[in-house]
Design a protein around this ligand. Structure first.
Ligand code: 1GP
Length: 252
């Protein structure tokens, strides 16, 4: 099994280097916006493209990924909202198990159904414990998952969930307040979780300014994911990338 993306993440964590991932929802990007988003990302030193969405109504996932690949070497990581969002053209797949929920379909059921397709894809598969945290409004992910999010002030629940995920073998923990969340995850929750696990920690949902991205990294996030805010204001790509990469080892 390939482990290039994951070993890169682990190495960066060891060196306290933070990463910035731009989330692209295939439903929201058209060829011209994709072109400029990729160019901006390339110039800004973005580390990864995460591609996926809770719904993905469009059928051009392969096309979007091939286009990104044509324009840049920035790795493409699938962040699928459903088993249909698998493309062999990506570099890796976050194999998400919704460990904050109690919906067996999203813990293991859909994985069983999609396992042969995922295996055949040849993708680097990264087992990821997905923790949805209340972001102040019902988001697509909380509705679709039919699972209650972790209350935003219950750090203990989040950290115990992350610890359990790590001990079950998850290689990444992804804490998400949901796309367009009104309240991004608090730094105190990020800190509590980061101090309880050794695997890299991804944080996303409702991050809309470079200061918040910076504070999240200082609190222990290893990868910051931003989608919604960038769709509205693409120039944020440069600002957030600079903020994330300015967090250096000695300041963490
Ligand atoms: C959502 O974590 C991602 O699943 C990113 O959220 O779109 O709010 O940046 P935003």
């Amino acid at each position: 099994m390939k482990m290039n993306i994951y070993s890169g993440l682990v190495e960066k964590k060891l060196n306290a280097r933070k990463s910035f991932a731009v989330l692209l929802d295939p439903d929201s990007v058209d060829p011209s916006s994709l072109n400029s988003l990729v160019n901006l990302s390339e110039k800004a030193g973005v580390d990864y493209f995460f591609v996926g969405g809770s719904l993905v109504l469009s059928t051009h996932l392969d096309e979007v990924i091939l286009k990104i690949k044509e324009l840049t070497d920035i790795p493409v990581v699938l962040f699928p909202g459903s088993p249909s969002q698998v493309s062999k053209y990506a570099d890796a797949l976050l194999y998400l198990s919704l460990i904050s929920g109690r919906n067996p379909e999203l813990l293991i059921g859909q994985h069983v159904v999609s396992a042969p397709v995922v295996k055949k894809s040849g993708l680097e598969v990264i087992p990821t414990g997905y923790i949805v945290v209340d972001g102040g409004a019902p988001t697509t992910v909380s509705y679709i998952s039919n699972a209650a999010p972790v209350p935003s002030d219950k750090n203990d629940i989040a950290l115990c969930t992350a610890m359990a995920g790590e001990m079950l073998g998850m290689k990444l923990i992804y804490m998400d307040a949901g796309s367009g969340a009104r309240m991004p995850i608090t730094e105190s929750m990020i800190r509590a979780v980061a101090q309880s696990i050794e695997v890299p920690l991804i944080v996303g949902g409702g991050i809309s300014d470079p200061e918040k991205a910076y504070r999240n990294c200082k609190a222990g996030a290893d990868v910051i994911v931003v989608g919604n805010a960038i769709e509205k204001a693409p120039s944020l790509i440069t600002e957030i990338s600079n903020a994330v990469h300015s967090v250096k080892k000695e300041t963490v």
